[in-house]
Design a protein around this ligand. Structure first.
Ligand code: NI
Length: 183
């Protein structure tokens, strides 16, 4: 288990390429997933994709409202609804902007031991999965903002703790960045 450096340059080829499918789920893959979870928690964030730590493989981790998901080769289907809300990204530090996403979807893939993974996600959780899966194709939320002029800088010094006794909750919008104001 280790915290790895997050790619924080949105122009880096690391976060702009198309990640490859994982062909074999073994201990090496599980170590990367564990490191992704450590890295996400320290950031802190609610999701992380492998390319964000420089690993071009189709793997994401998501932690939201006490539930932790590791998904290998995730695929999204049954996307319905549309809602616009603010997102941020650990690889685009301190920027935030409105993105329209589906409000309900099905996530399919494999879990950390290779079993089939299926999850119906709604609302903010559905948004996080869409944001993280975008990373696997080199797409960042800034590519999807409804209005580039609405992208705005969040001063990290003005970020306040959520005051929730350590329980994370969303105060402003975010993608994989912290639910409290963007890191
Ligand atoms: Ni992101």
């Amino acid at each position: 288990m280790a915290v790895r450096p997050i790619v924080t340059n949105p122009d880096s080829p690391d976060v702009r390429g198309r990640a490859k499918r994982v062909s074999r789920i073994d201990d090496t893959i599980r170590t990367i997933l564990d490191d992704m979870v450590d890295t996400m928690r320290v950031a802190p964030g609610v999701g992380l994709a492998a390319p964000q730590i420089g690993i071009p493989l189709r793997m994401i981790v998501v932690e939201y409202e006490g539930q932790l998901f590791h998904v290998i080769n995730p695929e999204l289907s049954k996307l319905t609804g549309a809602e616009t809300d603010e997102e941020g990204c650990l690889s685009v530090p301190n920027w935030q902007g409105p993105v329209t996403r589906a409000t309900s979807l099905l996530v399919k893939g494999r879990d950390r031991v290779g079993r089939e993974f299926r999850l119906n996600a709604e609302g903010w959780l559905a948004r996080i999965f869409q944001h993280e899966c975008d990373h696997l194709d080199g797409t960042l939320f800034v590519d999807r903002v409804t209005d580039r002029a609405a992208l705005h800088w969040i001063d990290p010094d003005e970020a306040v703790d959520d005051g929730g006794g350590g329980k994370r909750r969303r105060k402003q919008g975010s993608g994989d960045a912290a639910p409290a104001p963007i890191q």
